[in-house]
Design a protein around this ligand. Structure first.
Ligand code: GLN
Length: 404
C-alpha cells in the first residue's frame, strides 16, 4: 500500500525543540566534511593527522585484551580519577579528591555540557569571551543560560576590564574561560585571571575553565590554571581531556574537576546523559597521565615547530597572522584578499584552492564581527604542510575582488 494514501498519515509533523532552532550545525565539523568532499588539505577541525603515542595505544589494546570491556564506574574508573588528581596536583600544585571532585565524561564537550546543566537555572547568565569556541553558544542555549559576550580585542586579544565588569550582575551564574584559547591562541595572564577572580567572588559566580590546550605553549608562555588563583579553588570547574594532549581526539575521554557539591550535580547529569566513557580507553588514559615531564616538553617543542611552519606558509600566501602563544590554531586577517566575507573566502579556498579553514564568523555571536577572520590549525604533519603550501601558492592577494 502506498503509505501516503494511508488514513493514518498527515502532512503535519510534531513540533521540534525551539532550543535547537537557535543554533546551526557545527561549522568546524562541516568544514571537515567539505574538505573530504573537495579533497582539500584539512586545516579546519583541530585534530592531529599524526599517530597517537605508541604507549597509549598499547595500554588501550592491553585493557581490551584484559577484558576491561564493561561499564566503568559512572563518574570514571578509579585508576583514571587517581591519575587525573595526581597529574593536576603535579602540574598545578593543587590537590583534589578523586573520590568527590572528578567526573569523567565522553570528551570535554560532554564535561562542559554536564557542568552547565548542573549549575544553570532559568534566568541565569553566563559570561563568554568572544571570539569563542563555537560549542559554548549551543551549550548555553541547551542548558538554558543567557550568554553575555565580552570581546577579546586583536591583535593581543586583551579584554577591557570595564566591559567585563559591566556584564557581571546578580543574574550571572558562571564565566566560561578557555586558556590557552581557541581560536585566538591567547594565554590568559595572572593579572587578567585576578580581575576575573575579583568579579567571580564579588558576584558569587563559578568559573568554568576549559584548559584542554594546557600543554601547547609557545615563546615562554605559562599556563595558569584558574583553580590555583587565590580564592578560586572552590568556585572553579576545570574541564580537560585526553584528546589534545595525547592526540586521541576520537576517543572521547574528558573530565570535569569541581568542588564536591558541584561534582555530585555534574555526576548526576553525566550519568543520565551518557552513563560513562569507554572503559578500556579510561585505563589507557590512566597510563598516559603518568607520562614523564619529558613527554609534555617534547609536545610543546614539536608544536612550536608546527606553529612556525604554518605561520610562514600563511604569511607567504598573503594572510595577516595573529601569532598564537598557546593552543594549536592561527587566527588570520583576510582583508587583503578582497572577498565579501569569511564564508565566501572559506568556500573559495576549499573548492578552488583545495585548503579547508574555519570561517571567523563561527566564533562570534554576530557573524559580521568575524567576517575578516579565518582560523587554521597546525596539528598536522610536514606532508600536510607541504601540500597546503603548494596549494596556497596559487592564492593571490586581491583574488576576491577579481572574482566579482
Ligand atoms: N576543538 C577542535 C576545533 O576547534 C575540534 C572541535 C570538534 O569538532 N569537536 O577545531
Amino acid at each position: 500500500m502506498n503509505p501516503s494514501k494511508s488514513p493514518l498519515t498527515t502532512n503535519i509533523s510534531p513540533e521540534l525543540s525551539a532550543k535547537t532552532e537557535q543554533f546551526t550545525e557545527s561549522v568546524i565539523r562541516e568544514m571537515t566534511r567539505l574538505a573530504i568532499q573537495y579533497k582539500a588539505v584539512n586545516l579546519s577541525q583541530g585534530f592531529p593527522d599524526f599517530p597517537a603515542p605508541i604507549e597509549i595505544k598499547r595500554a588501550a589494546q592491553d585493557a581490551i585484551a584484559a577484558d576491561i570491556n564493561q561499564y566503568a564506574i559512572t563518574w570514571g574508573a578509579k585508576s583514571l580519577r587517581n591519575a587525573i588528581a595526581e597529574k593536576f596536583s603535579r602540574s598545578n600544585g593543587v590537590s583534589i579528591d578523586p573520590e568527590r571532585e572528578i567526573t569523567v565524561c565522553c570528551g570535554s564537550t560532554e564535561a562542559m555540557m554536564s557542568a552547565m546543566m548542573a549549575i544553570i537555572n532559568p534566568g541565569d547568565e553566563v559570561v563568554v569571551f568572544e571570539p569563542f569556541y563555537e560549542n559554548y553558544g549551543p551549550d548555553a542555549i541547551l542548558s538554558g543560560a543567557q550568554p553575555r559576550f565580552v570581546k577579546l580585542h586583536a591583535p593581543d586579544w586583551k579584554f577591557d576590564p570595564q566591559q567585563l565588569a559591566a556584564v557581571f550582575g546578580p543574574q550571572t551564574k558562571a564565566i566560561i574561560l578557555n586558556t590557552p584559547n581557541n581560536p585566538t591562541g591567547k594565554v590568559f595572564e595572572r593579572p587578567e585571571l585576578e580581575q576575573i577572580r575579583d568579579l567571580c567572588v564579588r558576584w558569587n559566580v563559578f568559573a568554568i575553565t576549559d584548559e584542554i590546550y594546557e600543554h601547547m605553549l609557545y615563546d615562554g608562555a605559562k599556563h595558569i590554571s584558574m583553580a590555583t588563583v587565590d580564592g578560586m579553588r572552590d568556585r572553579t570547574i576545570t574541564i580537560n581531556a585526553l584528546s589534545k594532549t595525547y592526540s586521541v581526539t576520537g576517543w572521547r575521554v574528558g573530565w570535569a574537576i569541581a568542588p564536591a557539591e558541584a561534582t555530585s550535580a555534574i555526576r548526576k547529569v553525566h550519568d543520565f546523559l551518557t552513563v560513562g566513557a569507554a572503559a578500556p580507553l579510561q585505563e589507557a588514559g590512566a597510563a598516559a597521565l603518568h607520562f614523564p615531564q619529558d613527554y609534555y616538553d617534547t609536545l610543546a617543542r614539536e608544536y612550536t615547530v608546527r606553529r612556525d611552519r604554518l605561520l610562514g606558509i600563511l604569511t607567504d600566501a598573503g594572510f595577516h597572522c595573529f601569532k598564537p602563544r598557546g593552543a594549536y590554531y592561527i587566527m588570520t586577517d583576510i582583508s587583503s584578499f578582497g572577498f565579501p566575507d569569511d564564508v565566501a573566502f572559506a568556500k573559495y579556498l576549499v573548492k578552488e584552492i583545495g585548503v579547508a579553514a574555519v570561517p571567523g564568523s563561527s566564533f562570534y555571536r554576530n557573524p559580521a564581527d568575524g567576517r575578516t577572520h579565518l582560523r587554521f590549525t597546525f596539528c598536522k604533519t610536514e606532508k600536510t604542510f607541504q601540500a597546503a603550501a603548494e596549494r596556497l601558492a596559487k592564492l593571490k592577494v586581491g583574488s576576491g575582488t577579481r572574482l566579482k
